[in-house]
Design a protein around this ligand. Structure first.
Ligand SMILES: [Zn+2]
Length: 181
C-alpha cells in the first residue's frame, strides 16, 4: 500500500520511463524511491509494455562483438577466443550474438568456429606461404585440409592459400612419397 502512493504522484514520468527506455527496474526503483517489486507491480497493474532492450548501440556486449566482427577474417576467430576477449559466459555469448545475427549486424558465420586449433591454423594460413599439411602439423590439427573443404562447402569465405605448389615442389613431394614407401 505504502508504495502505491508515491508512484501515483510520479505516474506520468514513470510510465514514460517504462515505455520509452530500457532502464532496468532496479534502477527505476532507486530513481523513484521504491522497490523493484513495486515497479514491476505497477507495470502489471497498468498493463505497460516495455520496449525490447536495444542490443546494438546501447549494449556494451553487442558493441564488443561488433568491434571484433569488423576485424579481417573475423569469421575465423573461434568462439572461445571471442568469449575470453569480452569476458562472456556461454549463455550470454549466445544471446547477444544471436540477436546480432538476426539483425544482420554481423556475419552469420561469426562466432560459429569452435576449434581454437582451427583458428590458429587459419591465422597461419592467411599470413604465411606454407602448405596446408605443414600448417596442420604446426598447430596439431591433422585434418586442416578437410576443415577448409567443409567450411567452403558451408559457404565460409576461405581465400585461396598463399602457398601454391610449383612443378618442382610437386615433383619433390612425389619423390618423397615414393621414398617413404
Ligand atoms: Zn547485446
Amino acid at each position: 500500500m505504502g508504495t502505491k502512493r508515491p508512484l501515483r504522484r510520479v505516474e506520468h514520468r514513470l510510465i514514460k520511463d517504462l515505455e520509452e527506455t530500457t532502464i532496468p527496474l532496479s534502477k527505476l526503483g532507486e530513481k523513484y524511491g521504491v522497490s523493484r517489486q513495486a515497479i514491476s507491480g505497477f507495470i502489471r497493474r497498468k498493463g505497460i509494455k516495455r520496449p525490447k532492450r536495444e542490443h546494438t548501440e546501447k549494449c556494451s556486449i553487442c558493441h564488443g562483438l561488433i568491434r571484433i566482427a569488423k576485424k579481417p577474417h573475423s569469421d575465423f576467430i573461434s568462439s572461445p577466443t571471442i568469449k575470453k576477449l569480452l569476458g562472456l559466459g556461454g549463455g550470454e555469448f549466445l544471446c547477444h550474438i544471436g540477436i546480432l545475427r538476426r539483425k544482420g549486424r554481423i556475419s552469420q558465420k561469426f562466432g560459429k568456429l569452435r576449434s581454437k586449433r582451427a583458428e590458429l591454423a587459419y591465422q597461419i594460413y592467411f599470413k604465411k606461404r606454407l602448405p596446408i599439411g605443414t600448417i596442420g602439423r604446426q598447430v596439431g590439427l591433422k585434418n586442416f585440409g578437410s576443415f577448409i573443404k567443409i567450411h567452403r562447402r558451408l559457404g565460409w569465405d576461405v581465400p585461396d592459400p598463399l602457398f601454391t605448389y610449383d612443378k618442382n615442389d610437386r615433383r619433390k613431394s612425389i619423390f618423397k612419397m615414393i621414398k617413404r614407401k
